[in-house]
Design a protein around this ligand. Structure first.
Ligand code: SF4
Length: 275
């Protein structure tokens, strides 16, 4: 059996940086170390860090003053920064620079009087964080149907993307927005690490009998990889660890493709390949 592993599978730059930030703190600090939400969407990594004493909190009030708090790659709203400083916590900001760039962009454009539209999932922490930088006033659309209710107008509109959406979704939605708004300013803020990973997985899926996508259950970029590959390879499976591999008749399978979401560590990918 031939196994083709995507070169782009696994940790992206932003996730790798966030995990490194926590590991560096673990080496140096005695004070409590907190992460605001799970540091990445991967249970194995979060559990490993928890076993070393890293506490995951969802409310800043759960932390004790003088502790270190790591903001994950998804970023947060300005209100959260304020709460952290008011509480006397030591901030370790691992917001991915690509996400920070979107924060600055929406802040600047909303101050210039633009209506902000974010293409993405309104419940995703990255989108919630971005929205905070334009006073939580952005219109958030995840489908073409979501923008049907918007009235055409001459107002200045600026549209940005959640970093992990597909190019296909971006093109579909911005094409419709252009019909409604003459003064539309588009910023395709899809992360190149994401599109590279999606393109490579799609190419592999076209040429294999079975495709395996490895990633956390709540990882949206893993889900998107699965959706893309499923269009080309019917036997596409999304798994979290090697223990989730499906019981398939491997005699019928000559080629297997593997890719993994941005939060999947190398050792989890290795275990799947080995199995
Ligand atoms: S997917 Fe891109 S934007 Fe998101 S954390 Fe990774 S490198 Fe940063």
């Amino acid at each position: 059996m031939e196994i083709i592993v995507a070169k782009s599978a696994g940790f992206c730059f932003g996730v790798s940086n966030a995990v490194k930030t926590v590991n560096n703190l673990l080496e140096k600090q005695k004070e409590p170390i907190y992460t605001y939400g799970p540091i990445i969407h991967n249970t194995q990594v979060v559990d490993l860090l928890a076993s070393k004493g890293v506490k995951k909190i969802n409310d800043i009030d759960q932390a004790t003053p003088n502790g270190h708090i790591v903001i994950r790659a998804h970023g947060v709203t300005p209100e959260i920064y304020k709460k952290i400083l008011d509480k006397g916590l030591i901030l370790e900001d691992a917001t991915c620079p690509y996400v920070k760039k979107i924060h600055n962009l929406v802040r600047e454009k909303s101050e210039e009087g633009y209506k902000i539209i974010i293409v993405g999932d309104k419940n995703h922490p990255e989108v919630i964080g971005i929205n905070g930088w334009c006073n939580n006033k952005a219109y958030i659309a995840d489908t073409v149907e979501d923008i049907e209710g918007l009235e055409p107008s001459d107002e200045k509109v600026c549209v940005v993307a959640q970093t992990t959406i597909t190019k296909e979704k971006w093109v579909k939605i911005t094409t419709e927005l252009k019909k409604k708004f003459k003064n539309l300013l588009e910023f395709d803020t899809i992360c190149s690490a994401t599109s590279r990973r999606q393109n490579e997985a799609e190419e592999i899926a076209k040429h294999v009998d079975m495709m395996i996508i490895i990633g956390g259950k709540s990882s949206s970029n893993t889900q998107k990889l699965y959706d893309i590959c499923k269009k080309h390879c019917n036997l596409t499976y999304k798994i979290e660890t090697s223990g989730d591999l499906p019981p398939v008749d491997i005699k019928k399978i000559k080629k297997v493709g593997i890719s993994a979401g941005a939060s999947t560590p190398d050792w989890v990918i290795e275990e799947v390949i080995k199995k």
